[in-house]
Design a protein around this ligand. Structure first.
Ligand code: 13P
Ligand code: SF4
Length: 303
């Protein structure tokens, strides 16, 4: 089917099913364009609590759709391709986390939202890259903290707040492609441009950049800045939104190879198919969901 036919079918099915389409900032341009809302993990988690549709179609990776399902037990949450996972989220499971916690009795366990529902269920608090600094600042300095799974986001926030966390050695394989040398090469090619990277990047990459921000933070920064040129050290899908929202500004990727293959699994084809057949429902067992919900709602209450 042509994109125009698929767009038309998705528009019709969205009405018939009373569905809302949420898309992450890394989704393909055509998926972002058809979505009702595009945003970062925090914005989408919040949005998922505010929609009055019966069906939420989540165009992102699995943990994001799971978060929407946990926050909306009465709604149907669909994901166009259920194999769209996040390798970082799969770097720790509940059993490994329980063993990690056993080594640090008395510590609070904090998970990055890029984690499975089972891992969230074991945690006291959840954070996203958009609210991590604010949420982590609410813990007293003497409180021991276990932070999973992203060593880089955890290390970044610990550095900002002058604290020390017990970090799980997880990382994002897509952001691991970035090096400080690549940032310097991009700066040499575009002198004067402001460099924005994601806090999932390693410390030397963050240090080589001007700012480390969530994808939503990057959109806000670009919108409010007087600068005209920006270099982006994150997944290339964000360029579509930045360029659409800021026609007078120029956005360069550090490298156009920074692609998250899982984020690209959603297409207009499988989006139309999942709405047509109401398939790929995301279901989280209620005993897991109720415990995970506590950690997510504790986060939403603060941010
Ligand atoms: P954001 O919450 O900043 O959009 O990040 C999500 C993510 O998976 C980054 O790799
Ligand atoms: Fe996971 Fe990295 Fe893809 Fe984000 S970019 S969804 S952290 S693999």
């Amino acid at each position: 089917m042509q994109n125009s036919e698929l767009t038309e079918e998705i528009g019709r099915l969205r009405k018939e099913r009373n569905a809302v389409i949420l898309a992450h900032n890394y989704q393909r341009a055509e998926v972002q364009s058809i979505a009702d809302y595009t945003g970062d993990s925090l914005e989408l988690a919040r949005r998922a609590t505010q929609v009055d549709a019966d069906v939420i179609v989540f165009c992102g990776v699995y943990f994001m759709a799971e978060t929407a399902a946990i926050l909306n037990p009465g709604k149907t949450v669909l994901i166009p391709d259920p194999s769209a996972g996040c390798p970082m989220a799969d770097m720790i499971n509940a059993e490994q986390l329980r063993a990690f916690k056993a080594k640090h009795p008395g510590a609070k366990a904090v998970c990055y939202v890029n984690s499975t529902a089972e891992v969230k269920a074991e945690c006291d608090m959840c954070v996203t890259s958009g609210n991590a600094e604010r949420v982590m600042a609410t813990f007293p300095p003497e409180q021991e903290i276990i932070f999973v799974p992203d060593q880089h986001l955890g290390g970044h926030i610990a550095g900002l707040l002058g604290r020390r966390y017990e970090l799980w050695p997880g990382f994002c394989p897509t952001h691991a492609m970035l090096t400080a040398a690549k940032i310097e090469a991009a700066r040499a090619e575009h002198p004067g441009a402001i460099v924005l990277v994601h806090p999932e990047c390693a410390k030397d990459v963050r240090d080589a950049a001007d700012h480390a921000l969530s994808t939503g933070g990057m959109c806000k920064f670009a919108r409010e800045s007087d600068a005209k040129d920006f270099i982006l050290g994150t997944e290339v899908g964000i360029l579509h939104r930045l360029r659409t929202e800021n026609p007078g500004k120029t956005f360069y990727p550090v490298t156009d190879r920074l692609v998250c293959p899982n984020m690209k699994k959603t297409t207009l084809d499988n989006l139309a198919e999942c709405l047509r057949e109401m398939k790929n429902r995301v279901v989280v067992r209620e005993d897991v969901a109720s415990r995970a919900r506590r950690a997510i709602e504790a986060m939403l209450a603060i941010s």
